[in-house]
Ligand binder design. Structure first.
Ligand code: ASP
Length: 358
């Protein structure tokens, strides 16, 4: 009897071991499959600004023009990534397309300051090295994102501003333009409208917190551009370029050129570019907050982006959105405004373009 029991136990032991081995082989192969699946994965996502973008205020032809430009921009970056180019190059070249279009509040088409000038901000960041470059308040550099890249690559600094940044742009042989290049009639009219409304405005209660929730400020931007990309080598990058907010004064600088607020990239988590009311994105350290929640709380990109954009940002009084891509190619296009110009494209060339919050 004892012998039979021992033999039976031995049989059970062997049977279990074989099945455990089989299971672990299965697990290993699914892990290997996963790694193989994500190797060579890539993707890109862009925004062209968030705000009160309503279908009833948009003509069909303008809507088509926005969609066409978003498509041209994202295809530019996608092509670079598909050919094995780097995420940082894709981000830069994609943003160039939007900077060169008068449709967006970046480069040509930038909004006007209170004294009728265009002062441009931009930043760019690499997720592999955490290297970054940024510029603020430039008035003569055709493509501020290229200057941000030069700061990152060819200076020992992270952020340059105003005249010094322009001097550096000349030394790096970047394209310099007359400030008049940035003039567009629409943006100039927006400034005039805003100034007229400003002077009609009834007194605001400057002691109260609500004084800051000024609807005129809230709608004085739109059209900042940004891009986030994952390349075939698994590297992430993000960049943002803007004219800031219409009617800005005193050398005001928003979140776009501030690493961690408007732009952030980290290969451990995601690449993120923001758009919206910059003061609140600076105070909420929005782009870094999303990355930090992923890194320290183990949240997914979708969960972290939702928490920051749908809860934390509006609680503070801000509005706007982000676009982001994580190291596995998952994309988020989260916003709390009526609309955000946006597009995403994956490895399989699936393209999605959106404007409103359908
Ligand atoms: N965030 C930009 C700024 O505050 C504006 C925008 O994204 O529309 O300068």
């Amino acid at each position: 009897m004892k012998k039979i029991f021992l033999l039976f136990s031995l049989f059970l032991f062997l049977a279990c071991n074989i099945s455990i081995e089989k299971d672990s082989e299965k697990n290993e192969s699914t892990e290997a499959e996963k790694i193989q699946d994500s190797a060579g994965n890539f993707g890109i996502v862009i925004h062209g600004g968030a705000g009160t973008i309503l279908k009833e205020n948009m003509s069909d032809s303008l809507e088509q023009a926005y969609k066409a430009k978003l498509e041209e921009a994202i295809r530019t970056g996608h092509e670079i990534l598909a050919n094995g180019g780097t995420a940082i190059e894709a981000v830069q070249r994609t943003i160039n397309v939007m900077e060169n279009s008068p449709l967006f509040n970046a480069g040509k088409g930038a909004v006007f300051t209170n004294d009728g000038k265009n002062e441009l901000d931009a930043s760019i960041m690499e997720g592999e090295t955490l290297n970054a470059g940024a510029v603020s308040g430039v008035t003569t550099v055709k493509n501020p994102i290229n200057l941000a890249w030069e700061v990152m690559e060819n200076s020992e600094h992270v952020m340059l501003s105003g005249k010094g940044a322009e001097q550096f742009a000349k030394e790096r042989n970047l394209e310099i333009v007359d400030p008049k290049y940035f003039y567009t009639e629409n943006r100039f009219k927006s400034l005039e409208r805003l100034k007229a409304r400003d002077s009609e405005k009834t007194e605001l209660d400057h002691d109260s917190k609500t004084a800051f929730v000024d609807p005129f400020i809230k709608d004085s931007k739109f059209g900042t551009v940004g891009c986030a990309a994952l390349d075939k080598n698994g590297n992430l990058a993000a960049g943002t370029s803007t004219g800031g907010m219409t009617n800005k004064k005193w050398g005001r600088i928003g979140d776009a050129p501030i690493i961690g607020a408007g732009t952030y990239a980290n290969n451990k988590t995601a690449a993120i570019s923001a758009t919206g009311w910059g003061e609140f994105f600076i105070r909420g350290v929005v782009a870094y907050d999303i990355s930090a929640m992923m890194e320290y709380k183990g949240m997914s990109l979708a969960e972290a982006a939702k928490e920051v954009i749908q809860n934390k940002n509006p609680e503070l009084g801000g509005n706007g959105g982000i676009i982001a891509i994580d190291r596995n190619g998952n994309v988020s296009m989260e916003f709390n405004t009526a609309g955000m110009y946006r597009a995403k494209m994956n490895k399989d060339r699936d393209l999605e373009i959106g404007i409103y919050s359908e």
